[in-house]
Design a protein around this ligand. Structure first.
Ligand code: GLY
Ligand code: MN
Ligand code: MN
Length: 470
């Protein structure tokens, strides 16, 4: 966990960057069925960025006029102490967190009105709808978490994103720790793989490993023999010896920082001939994209480079026809690689995605409308301190490869008959998909792969599969 001094320095940076008060909400308990049965509490990521281990329902007012930060917490009650255990009093929190004052949460509205008077107070929408509604009522802003146009004041979001995108050493230490836990989970899943078990048994090993380290999954674990379903959250398939397993899972630490890693391996322990070819092409694309990362490079160019390497490999395999440049220009590569090469990563697995493309795309840049590249979540010029994923893949998706419109559009560039063989191989279960995903930090001199210790060389992966025994 970064120290209180780290969070205090981050709060000072925000105070220095704003000229009117800012109200931030942590969010509260969200019931999963009846009101007293809650989802695990997870504070809003921006709140986590400025405060260690926020309490449910916390709020904070940053006032640049006097440089104050006031933290608002629920009053301590005997019932809470009885049911949920004692928590430190306001005076102790003020001292340990290092804020100007701690006030009762119930007084938030009147406190803000009194302290800010007629000054404009800005806030941002968060996932907890009740907290967002309260922030909207206090500030008078129309806030909507599900509408990136109404997530909050654009200048404030830029300000927060500038800070969140420049990782400091304590934050990087957290991300490296999340990467280490994630490595262990992937290695355990590879080692425990054997024909005949259910996907959910391996999910248990993955998430059990996270839990053993005090972590939670940063997003719903994807573990499937149906790797072509990009965000596949079902875990009920039985693993067959001839299947590939795709695991996309990352640990989130109590500080909120996380990892996002994908590996793919053969259930039987040896990649078949086609899988070996596909794996090597995906790995080559991933490595080429990573090698291109350095300050000043535009992320879309990293994406297009990955696309060209994939296209080239698909030509070698007889699935595409033409030059890699032409195939990527026309979008034919997206028949097999229908998503973007990556996204920002930090306190959110898709970091600050709720803030919209105003943050993840550079000024004046808009999303492509072309199928495939339209799913590119990031198009910034890379800068030191930024963390993001690199995650190319090759997939055989029936809904895409059998789509009549795509078949017409890419008739000359895609060998659909050959693709059909991949859709029906493996006793009609199909090839599935292969993705390889790592977490990368842009540094002054180039890059650091935070997840480099997760095995991905084909031979190393094969050696691990099933190594835990029955
Ligand atoms: N784990 C989701 C993603 O890779 O974007
Ligand atoms: Mn990802
Ligand atoms: Mn992922």
């Amino acid at each position: 966990m970064p120290s209180p001094a780290h969070h205090k320095a981050r709060r000072r940076q925000l105070l220095a960057a704003i000229d009117s008060p800012v109200l931030l909400m942590a969010g509260g308990w969200i019931p999963r069925n009846y009101p007293a049965n809650w989802q695990p509490f997870r504070a809003d990521s921006t709140f986590l960025f400025f405060f260690p281990e926020p309490e449910p329902n916390a709020a904070a007012l940053f006032d640049p006029k006097d440089g104050s930060v006031t933290l608002f917490l629920d009053e301590r009650t005997q019932a809470d102490a009885l049911w949920h255990g004692p928590v430190p009093g306001f005076a102790e929190v003020k001292k340990t967190v290092g804020v100007t004052a701690v006030e009762p949460r119930a007084a938030l509205k009147s406190f803000v009105a009194r302290k800010c008077g007629k000054r404009k107070v800005r806030s941002i929408a968060i996932a907890d709808p009740r907290a967002t509604a309260e922030a909207a009522a206090i500030t008078g802003a129309k806030l909507d978490f599900l509408d990136s146009a109404r997530i909050g004041d654009g200048e404030l979001l830029q300000c927060i994103a500038r800070l969140r995108n420049q990782r400091t050493e304590p934050e990087l230490a957290e991300m490296r720790q999340a990467a280490a836990v994630t490595r262990e989970a992937h290695v355990v899943a590879m080692a425990r793989t054997r024909p005949g078990i259910l996907e959910q048994e391996l999910v248990g090993h993955v998430e059990g490993t996270f839990a053993r380290h005090g972590c939670v999954p940063a997003y719903n674990t994807i573990l499937s023999v149906r790797g072509e379903v990009l965000h596949n959250h079902g875990h009920r398939n039985v693993l067959h010896a001839t299947d590939l397993v795709l695991l996309d899972a990352g640990a989130e630490l109590p500080s909120g920082y996380c990892a996002d890693v994908t590996r793919t391996w053969p259930v039987g322990g040896r990649f078949g001939a086609e899988a070996r070819d596909v794996y090597d092409v995906v790995l080559a694309a991933e490595q080429a994209a990573i090698a291109a990362v350095r300050p000043g490079v535009r992320y879309r160019d990293v994406h297009l480079l990955a696309c060209r390497v994939l296209a080239d490999g698909l030509v070698q395999m007889g699935l595409l026809r033409g030059s890699a440049d032409d195939l990527v220009t026309s979008g034919a590569h997206a028949m097999f690689f229908p998503h973007g090469t990556g996204h920002l990563l930090g306190l959110d697995v898709h970091d600050m995605e709720a803030f919209g493309d105003r943050i993840a795309y550079g000024p004046g840049r808009r999303r492509s409308e072309q199928f495939g590249t339209a799913y590119l979540r990031l198009d910034l010029d890379l800068a030191p301190g930024m963390c993001f994923t690199i995650e190319p893949g090759i997939y055989f998706v029936p809904a895409i490869l059998r789509d009549p419109a795509f078949r017409r559009q890419f008739k000359g560039q895609v060998d659909f008959a050959r693709a059909e063989r991949f859709l029906t191989m493996n006793s009609l279960r199909g090839f599935g998909g292969i993705r390889i995903e790592d977490d990368v930090l842009c540094t002054d001199s180039g890059h650091e792969v935070l997840t480099a210790a997760v095995p991905k060389e084909r031979v190393a992966v094969e050696a691990l599969v099933g190594s835990a025994g029955a």
